[in-house]
Design a protein around this ligand. Structure first.
Ligand code: NAD
Length: 260
């Protein structure tokens, strides 16, 4: 039960992030949603959360490449609702290319959005959590925080980095009733996965069907995509009292991918 608590979810205008925001709202939390998209679409998602779950939702346009905007997002949550109790660092992008052709600006953007943004968000949110003596920090890592795939140098580096950041923060806040964990999904059918298909077709010289069957689902023994809702329910569990002793963990939800 998250009644009276506030959850900030970065990258929640789409995919897994939106599922997290809706799951926290369903448990009674007020939410700060964030991410890019058409203003009308974002407003539709925001107001749907309020009407579906009878909670308050505000939108922060913070760009996850900008440290000051990330701090502003945390401040917006604290100012609007009085606290930020749950922080989910989830915004992420992908780019697929052989390393020798990997665009330098894509490397920089992926490290900024998929890794450094979590540092900036945690840095801003921890003081309030410590003061109130309760907090949940959840980072969306990936199966790529544990294993690599070719042509994803920046993404795999950022995700391995977030697994290390998770463990470090968990140790620092351990005695304050704040937990910090990461969730590592396998392939979830979201726009992020859909958009990498053309790049993978090019990098591997494959058709779309081959990429889905021989690259994406090939990694997953269950031969099924994970759903955003399944990931969100795991995050919700991490917010409960039963998860108070789960900290510094990297929780896989990957159809068996990293068991192989
Ligand atoms: P998505 O593309 O559906 O959503 C990404 C979100 O991040 C969107 O809301 C987007 O607007 C936002 N975003 C991107 N750049 C941003 C920026 N600079 N500032 C603020 N917001 C920004 O993707 P998704 O699949 O839902 O991915 C969410 C997270 O899950 C990412 O960290 C991704 O790496 C991770 N993940 C996804 C999968 C998968 O298979 N889809 C698997 C493992 C991990």
């Amino acid at each position: 039960n998250l009644k009276g608590k506030t959850a900030v979810v970065t990258g929640s205008t789409s995919g897994i992030g939106l599922a997290y925001a809706r799951a926290f709202a369903s448990a009674g939390a007020n939410v700060v949603i964030n991410g890019f998209g058409a203003p009308a679409d974002i407003e539709k998602e925001r107001s749907a959360i309020e009407t579906d779950y009878k909670v308050k939702a505000v939108y922060s346009p913070a760009d996850m490449t900008k440290a000051t905007e990330i701090a502003d997002m945390i401040a917006l949550g604290e100012k609007t609702f009085g606290s930020v109790d749950v922080l989910v660092n989830n915004a992420g992008i992908q780019f697929v290319s052989p390393i020798e052709e990997f665009p330098i600006e894509k490397w920089d953007a992926i490290i900024a959005i998929n890794l450094s943004s979590a540092f900036h968000g945690i840095r801003a949110a921890v003081p309030g959590m410590k003061k109130r003596g309760w907090g949940r920090i959840i980072n969306t890592a990936s199966a790529h925080s544990l294993v690599a795939s070719p042509f994803k140098s920046a993404y795999v580096s950022a995700k391995h980095g977030i697994a290390g950041l998770t463990k470090t923060v968990a140790l620092e806040v351990a005695t304050f009733k704040i937990t910090c964990n990461c969730i590592s999904p396998g392939y979830v059918w979201t726009p992020l996965v859909e958009h990498q298909i053309p790049e993978t077709m090019k990098a591997r010289n494959m058709t779309k069907e081959q990429v889905i069957k021989d690259v994406l689902l090939d990694a997953q023994p269950t031969k099924e995509f994970v759903t955003s809702e399944q990931v969100a329910q795991l995050a919700l569990f991490l917010c409960g009292d039963d998860a108070a002793q789960i900290t510094g963990a990297n929780l896989s939800i990957d159809g068996g991918w990293t068991a192989e």
